[in-house]
Design a protein around this ligand. Structure first.
Ligand code: CP
Ligand code: NVA
Length: 305
């Protein structure tokens, strides 16, 4: 078998994802209790960022340091990638020097092509199509609060974007039902939705989608790269704010998640983001623990020779 990558949640089985979530919890405890777990001394992670990032960059860099290794931040501005060196060549060169590569970029195809030419595991740190690392953290957060998510109902309110697509894959692997309330014209990826027809449904109306839901999730209306559409999107999504009224339709113990950064009073009311049902700060912290579990898996038993 070739090298295993993490470009989508669908690259891992349900059992592997559940094991990863459990291990993320263990690593969180080790970190909290100050117990060293630096099993990857001398290992290196290259991080290619073609889009901005706070959480992804910091969590991967800090995570690799805590595991005993080292992370390098690479941007197109100061590498040959920005001057047109093909992604396939970059993959072949970098993967002869580093042990792991994380990429955040626009076209999903770029990550796929990189992985095809890489001798080491590649992690999708967000593309226009998917954001699987965020889902590891979201699911860890859910499991910590509520146990397994199988059979639960998750309401996605807002854009059918990369996060929504990754929620579709999570529904497939972890057995929950996803109701998607997005305006027409802002649907998730049609192929991904078609492949998940049993567990993901477009509902359109945000209040209907939220009805009795166990988890309510949203994200920005204009993702990175869509800045010029901001005004049009503000109009299209005007009824898609997660308000206290919407949260009142969900299950009484429903949780609220947002991958952040958030725009208060656009996709989410301040009262919800800062309210008792919101777990967004833990969700952000769990990026660190979940990705440490992911790197450990890809450097260890996921790619055992
Ligand atoms: N949620 C997330 O990926 O945040 P950053 O864009 O800050 O990495
Ligand atoms: N959908 C957002 C997520 C940011 C973490 C974006 O792609 O910009």
């Amino acid at each position: 078998m070739g090298v295993r990558h993490f470009l989508s949640l669908l690259d891992f089985s349900s059992d592997e994802l559940r094991a990863l979530i459990a291990r993320a919890g263990e690593l969180k405890t080790l970190q909290r209790e100050g117990i060293p777990h630096a099993a990857f001394a001398g290992r290196t992670l290259a991080m290619i960022f073609e889009k901005s990032s706070t959480r992804t960059r910091v969590s991967f860099e800090v995570g690799m340091a805590q595991l005993g290794g080292h992370a390098l931040f690479l941007s197109p501005r100061d590498t040959q990638l920005g001057r047109g060196e093909p992604i396939e060549d970059t993959a072949r060169v970098l993967s002869r020097m580093v042990d792991l590569v994380m990429i955040r970029t626009f076209e999903h195809d770029k990550v796929v092509r990189f992985a095809e030419h890489s001798a080491v595991p590649v992690i999708n740190g967000l593309t226009d199509l998917e954001h699987p690392c965020q889902l590891l953290a979201d699911m860890q957060t859910w499991f910590e609060h509520r146990g397994d998510i199988a059979g639960r109902v998750v309401a996605w309110i807002g854009d059918g974007n990369n996060m929504c697509n990754s929620y579709i894959t999570a529904a497939q692997r972890l057995g929950f039902h996803l109701r998607i309330a997005c305006p027409e014209g802002y649907d998730p990826d049609p192929d991904m939705l078609a492949a998940a027809i049993d567990c993901a449904t477009i509902v359109r109306d945000p209040l209907r989608a939220a009805e009795g839901a166990d988890l309510v999730v949203t994200d920005v209306w204009a993702s990175m790269g869509q800045e010029e559409e901001q005004t049009a999107r503000r109009k299209a999504f005007a009824d898609h704010c997660v308000t206290e009224e919407l949260m009142a339709r969900a299950a009484p113990d429903a949780l609220f998640m947002h991958c952040l950064p958030a725009h208060r009073e656009e996709e989410v009311a301040t009262a919800v983001l800062e309210g008792p049902q919101s777990v967004v700060w833990e969700e952000a912290e769990n990026r660190l623990h979940a990705q440490k579990a992911l790197m450990e898996f890809l450097l260890g038993k996921g790619n055992a020779k």
